[in-house]
Design a protein around this ligand. Structure first.
Ligand code: CU
Length: 205
């Protein structure tokens, strides 16, 4: 979206759409509220309306307003809830799992076959579930291009799931200030085609 780097995962693209929808609704509401505030301030100013008028409430208008605003809030909640479920609850059965470990001051990744890496290599278009932990203090696993972020907590496994859908190299940061080396705590996620990934995954080194 606009100035953001483009999303390279399915959930990332949905997140951007949610941003545009919810941001758009907020801008329209702000415009309406400011417009009516100014409109009534001018219309009922002392100069134009020297004798205050008694304004009666309108039950039907109030009910309409309540129903409309509650539906709008629930609509926005629903967008967020669906995204939340995709990230953490409804994880596809064929998802590939990777363990990500944060420590001062680097990331390391371990795959199901025991393969280890300090770069997060992933196959394109394949759902992945990252099991995140920390060896020392609180870090945070953050890949802006995929729109995913999850705290890494010592003694605890947290998961986040997504499907990268564009090949390329993406920055992977620690997003929790964790000490003097925090700004150096970055690596990459490399998304490659299935064949290349298999080659790397099954290679000995
Ligand atoms: Cu950190």
């Amino acid at each position: 979206m606009m100035m953001l780097l483009s999303a390279a995962s399915i959930i990332g693209k949905q997140t951007d759409t949610a941003m545009i929808i919810i941001g758009g609704i907020s801008i329209v509401l702000l415009a309406l509220i400011v417009f009516f505030t100014l409109f009534f301030v001018i219309k009922y100013s002392k100069k134009r309306n020297p004798n205050p008028t008694d304004v009666e409430g309108s039950k039907s208008l109030e009910i309409l307003f309540l129903v409309f605003s509650i539906s709008l809030v629930l609509f926005m909640f629903d967008i967020g809830w669906k995204g939340y479920k995709e990230l953490r609850v409804e994880i596809p059965a064929n998802a590939m799992s990777v363990k990500a470990t944060g420590q001062i001051w680097h990331w390391s990744f371990e795959y199901d076959n025991g393969k280890q890496s300090d770069v997060l290599n992933l196959p394109v278009n394949k759902p992945v579930i990252i099991n995140i932990t920390s060896l020392d203090l609180i870090h945070s696993f953050y890949i802006p291009a995929f729109r995913v972020k999850q705290d890494a907590l010592p003694g605890s496994l947290r998961t986040i799931s997504f499907t990268p859908d564009e090949e390329g190299e993406y920055n992977l940061f620690c997003a929790e200030y964790c000490g003097t080396g925090h700004s150096m705590m970055l690596t990459k996620s490399v998304v490659m085609n299935e064949i290349k990934f298999r080659e790397w995954y099954n290679s000995a080194e």
